[in-house]
Design a protein. Structure first.
Ligand SMILES: [Zn+2]
Length: 168
């Protein structure tokens, strides 16, 4: 397989299954595109080789035998826990079911397994929970804005009546 051939040329003698990837972190607030934050995220995935703060990406040497982490929960000092998506650059072929680099989806042993046993299902459920929490928060904020507008409108109406009674 083409990917494996390229990967082999990049391996480390001590850890023959290690592969280096540029990993772009999606969903990380811009003010956390710092050396420290990228290093912390990269260290969670493997051995950090270098960082690219301008592009919000980190180069990490990871164990190619382990499933790839596609999402990561990170804790930010200001906004608490946040889910970021990891995009592996030049990742041509991998298994979309179990995120392994050793085979493709058509050859995956988890292909016919019930959905609950798939490694990705837990992550997705968790993401949906975060998503619904966020839409709840948004709806609440919208209501606050609506109430604000209503107050504004009745105040304007009151002004209008006052001005009218001034005339008479
Ligand atoms: Zn698989």
């Amino acid at each position: 397989m083409w990917l494996i051939k390229v990967s082999l040329s990049k391996t480390n003698d001590d850890f023959p299954s290690d592969i280096s990837f540029w990993i772009k972190i999606h969903g990380l607030p811009l003010h956390y595109w710092t050396d420290g934050a990228l290093h912390a995220i990269g260290s969670d995935l493997g051995v950090v080789e270098t960082k690219d703060v301008d592009q919000g990406r980190v180069r990490v040497r990871i164990n190619g035998l382990k499933p790839l982490e596609m999402q990561l929960d990170i804790t930010l000092p200001s906004s608490g826990t946040k889910k970021v998506e990891l995009h592996y650059e030049k990742l041509e072929k991998h298994c979309f079911l179990c995120h392994s680099l050793s085979h493709e989806e058509s050859e995956c042993s988890q292909r016919n397994a019930p959905a609950v046993n798939r490694t990705s299902s837990r992550g997705i459920n968790h993401a949906q929970t975060i998503e619904s929490l966020e839409s709840y928060r948004r709806a609440r904020d919208d209501r606050k804005i609506e109430r604000g507008r209503f107050v504004e409108a009745s105040r304007r109406e009151a002004d209008y009546h006052r001005r009218r009674s001034d005339i008479h």
